[in-house]
Design a protein around this ligand. Structure first.
Ligand code: SAH
Length: 257
């Protein structure tokens, strides 16, 4: 017996995968967290399907429901925002489902980190500037392991993507400055990426906290920090070695002039 966890993408119903949409349309039971997944997407489920909103449910309650339906022989899917692998809290569901002999297949989705990069027109890995993206969150009520404090992560001076951190910008700025980032480091914030009320705010480390306040952004925001977010990056000379004529790689011999 099996259920499928489907990544819904960041909001725009057009951003689910073809495979995810097909499974959603075929499902007999659809569970989803109503605040984070677009109703427009869920409307594409079979009109006969049982649709269950899970925002107000406990984990055990939700798992119990899924198990009951699967045991009845129904085709059950659970739709998760973005990609289920990051901050999706799927492992606790999988553990309980496996205990009941229910297997889980996961269909990936477009994470909000990539939808936000797209909205900003950004490449997060600019050759010779940074080749690393750290996906993390600022520490609020949810603790973060000691070895992953923002100030230590920021010492890599790479691109940093902050989930679940919209109300923690004061702390973020303090930690990044302590790690040696300059006040003018670009920060791109995308509120509700790909939703009709998406908002893009381009800021700097120095102005981030105030810009968040001015724009009234307190949730559902992706914060992308680092020089890759510089809106004038294309005028600078960070060009990929892949396109460099002198560079030989597996597919193409380098050309010397
Ligand atoms: N699995 C999801 C993340 C869920 S955690 C994903 O891959 O995107 C929820 C956090 O994700 C939010 O606090 C916010 O930081 C980010 N997020 C989710 N949807 C978003 C969107 N449409 N625009 C901007 N940020 C979003």
């Amino acid at each position: 017996m099996k259920i499928t966890i489907i990544g819904a993408g960041p909001g725009d119903p057009g951003l689910i995968t073809v495979k995810g949409l097909k499974l959603l349309q075929e499902a007999e039971v659809v569970l989803y967290a109503d605040s984070l997944v677009s109703d427009e997407l869920i409307d594409q489920a079979n009109p006969e399907a049982e649709i269950i909103k899970t925002a107000g449910m406990h984990l055990e309650e939700m798992v119990q429901l899924m198990v009951e339906r699967v045991y009845e022989g129904k085709d059950v899917v659970r739709v998760h925002t973005g990609d289920p692998a990051v901050y999706g809290a799927i492992m606790e569901q999988i553990a309980l489902l496996n205990k009941k002999d229910v297997q889980v297949e996961i269909i990936p989705g477009v994470s909000s980190v990539f939808a936000s990069a797209a909205a900003l027109g950004a490449e997060l890995t600019i050759p010779e500037l940074t080749q690393t993206v750290i996906l993390t969150r600022a520490e609020g009520r949810t603790p973060v392991p000691e070895a992953e404090k923002l100030r230590d992560l920021a010492k890599h001076h790479c691109t940093v993507a902050l989930f679940l951190s919209a109300t923690l910008t004061k702390k973020i700025v303090k930690e990044f400055l302590a790690a040696g980032w300059s006040k003018d480091t670009p920060v791109g914030v995308v509120y509700k990426a790909t939703w009709p009320d998406q908002k893009i705010v381009r800021s700097t480390l120095e102005n981030l906290d105030e810009d968040m306040r001015i724009n009234g952004i307190r949730k559902q925001a992706m914060i992308l920090a680092g020089w890759a977010l510089d809106k004038n990056i294309q005028d600078k000379d960070f060009k990929s070695k892949l396109y460099d004529k002198e560079f030989t790689h597996g597919y193409r011999k380098g050309v010397k002039e």
